[in-house]
Ligand binder design. Structure first.
Ligand SMILES: Cc1ncc(COP(=O)(O)O)c(C=O)c1O
Length: 396
């Protein structure tokens, strides 16, 4: 299936469906007519295997109490092994309604009030919120930024851990919004530091499947032949890859028995919620039957990325980062637009709803995050608007 065929078959208009990305533009951005390029959600229908499995479930007509079936566990285990070479066992797997809820739980079960938790900024805003909302001390460590290239400042990371007696590190791998797919040696250096200072690691790998070119997602728990897997809790889901966010079914992997017991004791009190049969059905179906759709989706994202790179050549100082992972692109507008005019430029002039840099960390104002998980015509329109308005400024 090529890009055109995929889009013809799966692209859908989402307006008028209570869709956060489009129908909430007015409440979120004060303007219902913007082109929506924010929030990591797509305009593509899930593969037929999902709708078929859900229809079958619905036709049965019974939605009573259920449990997580062995076939679901096996589908998760097989996907992880086949796509990422990560061998997990059924006993290590837990489910949660979302990766974000798992992050909130983890902060609350593995740290105490006022303990310090570290994150590598810029990073997905719930990483900040889950720490601050839980009355923990948020420690941010900026990535090094060299004109579109993001790397880790290990010295600063370690210094921050020591100075603040950090207990927990929430890692984003692949990284949203920097788009980095961390290399094994990068993960190993981070984990070495964490081990040395007794810092537990929660690795959010929700973007694990969306990696491009020669880049390969390395599950954090698997690095160095599993040397660190007892100090890592991994969270992932099919919700980014296959656009299933409201199916509310994510996977948490905990190898270490003691950590697993802590998880179970905590969720026994705070998550007395039955499993969601629609989520389990959808995720199992897509893990077993979604491969062709998934490969075609990656071509669409790559195509959209190439469009942005080609179009933005005229403005090289927007420093489009190489596409390593995720379908999110962090664009630097600082050389062209004064910081206090970024919103006016993006919304009023370019007519775009985006995620703003400062949502991801206080030092990242002047960046915007664009969502490439959409129809190529939408991406082209958004980029043309950015280009036209940058030209207008240049020619003034
Ligand atoms: C890094 C990261 N984690 C978690 C989520 C959301 O996870 P969930 O919808 O399962 O809570 C996102 C969504 O964009 C994300 O980028």
């Amino acid at each position: 299936m090529n890009v055109k065929e995929f889009c013809e078959k799966y692209y859908v208009e989402r307006n008028g469906t209570n869709c956060l990305k489009w129908d909430a533009l007015d409440t979120r951005f004060g303007d219902p007519e913007l082109i929506s390029m924010w929030v990591a959600d797509m305009e593509f229908k899930t593969p037929e295997c999902v709708t078929d499995a859900l229809k079958e479930r619905i036709d049965h007509g019974i939605f009573g109490y259920s449990y997580v079936p062995d076939t679901y566990y096996q589908a998760v285990i097989d996907w992880e092994y086949n796509h990422h070479g990560y061998k997990i066992e059924k006993d290590w797997i837990r489910t949660s309604p979302g990766v974000v809820s798992a992050l909130y739980w983890a902060v609350n079960m593995f740290t105490k009030e006022n303990d310090s938790v570290i994150i590598l900024t810029p990073v997905y805003y719930p990483f900040h919120n889950c720490v601050k909302d839980s009355n923990r001390n948020l420690i941010t460590c900026d990535l090094n930024y060299d004109n579109g290239i993001y790397t880790i400042n290990y010295d600063k990371f370690e210094e921050n851990i020591i100075e603040n007696n950090v207990k927990l590190f929430i890692l984003c791998s692949p990284h949203n919004p920097a788009g980095r797919v961390w290399k094994e040696e990068e993960l190993e250096r981070l984990l070495e530091i964490c081990e040395h200072h007794n810092v537990l690691v929660i690795s959010d790998e929700i973007h694990q499947d969306l990696v491009f070119g020669e880049h390969k997602h390395i599950p954090t728990a698997s690095i160095a032949n599993g040397k660190y897997e007892d100090m890592v809790i991994t969270a992932f889901a099919s919700s980014k890859t296959f656009n299933l966010a409201t199916c509310l079914t994510s996977t948490i992997v905990i190898k270490n028995e003691k950590l697993r017991n802590t998880w179970d004791e905590f969720t026994k009190i705070y998550n007395q919620v039955e499993v969601n049969i629609f989520g389990l059905t959808a995720v199992e179906a897509v893990l077993k039957g979604g491969e062709e759709w998934y490969q075609a989706l990656k071509e669409v994202i790559l195509h959209n990325y190439n469009t942005v790179v080609d179009e933005m050549k005229e403005f090289p100082d927007t420093y489009i980062a190489p596409l390593e992972g995720t379908y999110l692109l962090f664009m630097d507008l600082r050389k062209y637009i004064p910081l206090n005019q970024i919103k006016e430029f993006t919304q009023d002039k370019c007519r775009l709803a985006v995620d703003y840099g400062e949502w991801f960390g206080e030092n990242w104002k002047g960046f915007i995050r664009l969502n490439l998980g959409t129809h190529p015509d939408i991406v082209l329109k958004a980029i043309t608007n950015i280009k036209d308005n940058l030209r207008n400024i240049k020619n003034k």
